[in-house]
Design a protein around this ligand. Structure first.
Ligand SMILES: [Zn+2]
Ligand SMILES: [Zn+2]
Length: 295
């Protein structure tokens, strides 16, 4: 059972990772990869990825305006967050001939962001990615350095270098908490079951004897029936009145019917005086009968 939960937590962890970091940027010259996150709009990166030159528009680094002078090669726009909406940047860069857009956070604001817009984005034909300040700072520096010889990158759909580490971290943190939840749940179920075994069911109660309290009957019937009548109920400590309904337990102890029924169904399934289980009916009867006949 625990293995089953472990297996499921693995799948959940995997799905979670795929929703968090979906891609990476591979710089061909240095063979280094940078994690990024795909936007919620526009097309997804294909399995083969996208190859191009990473260029930061010199006219407007936010990418909110058309790039001037136009760039003729297959280029991927590296723009910074701010100035206009994410979708505006992507539209402007698409119009300027870019094959993809990488939006970098110039400040450490909110970590990883999934670029999103409620507007219709059916006109967007190029993929766009978000990178945090760490990646942006490095890629901005590299693209500036490579002005004479453009920086060639591959936008990859799966950066398999980043998966195992994240996978491992999630397995370490997510799976134990799921296993713990399962253990807690089974413990609660067990506790409830044990509690149910401790109290009497309505069926147990129905099998018990009951009778009417009669003062005059007591003296004559005492030895014959084996009833060991007390004058008062040991649960509520009130004296019995004529015609009170009494419940007689197999141990022959009697109480008010309502008092002992409440006790048996909510507290314990044994006699409040002698602690004998109400289910031990036959054994007790067998013990008592020889004693009575001996008198
Ligand atoms: Zn009572
Ligand atoms: Zn008893």
């Amino acid at each position: 059972m625990i293995l089953y939960f472990w297996f499921w937590s693995l799948i959940i962890a995997n799905l979670y990772i795929k929703s968090v970091v979906q891609a990476s940027i591979l710089v061909i010259g240095s063979n280094e990869t940078y994690a990024d996150r795909a936007a919620a709009f526009g097309p997804r990166l294909s399995e083969n990825g996208k190859v191009g030159y990473l260029v930061e528009p010199s006219s407007d680094r936010t990418g909110c305006n058309l790039v001037y002078p136009p760039i003729s090669t297959d280029w991927i726009a590296l723009v910074r967050r701010g100035g206009c909406s994410f979708v505006t940047k992507v539209r402007k860069m698409q119009e300027s001939g870019a094959i993809a857009v990488v939006v970098g956070d110039p400040e450490n604001r909110s970590g990883w962001v999934t670029m999103y817009t409620p507007d219709n984005t059916s006109d967007i034909k190029i993929p766009s990615l978000f990178i945090t300040k760490k990646e942006y700072t490095t890629l901005h520096y590299l693209s500036k350095m490579a002005e004479d010889m453009p920086l060639m990158v591959i936008l990859q759909a799966d950066g398999f270098m980043t998966w195992p580490l994240l996978d491992l971290l999630l397995i370490i943190f997510v799976s134990p908490s799921i296993v713990m939840m399962f253990v807690l749940y089974s413990w609660l179920v067990k506790q409830k079951k044990m509690r149910r075994q401790e109290i009497a069911s309505s069926e147990d109660i129905a099998n018990l004897d009951k009778r009417c309290f009669r003062r005059e009957k007591k003296s004559s019937a005492e030895n014959v029936t084996g009833y060991d009548d007390e004058e008062e109920c040991s649960i509520c400590l009130e004296s019995y009145r004529e015609n009170d309904m009494l419940r007689v337990l197999p141990c022959k102890h009697a109480f008010h019917l309502s008092c002992v029924d409440t006790w048996l169904t909510t507290q314990k399934r044994f006699c409040p005086i002698c602690k004998r289980d109400i289910a031990l009916k036959s054994t007790i009867a067998a013990e008592i009968t020889p004693l009575l006949s001996a008198r």
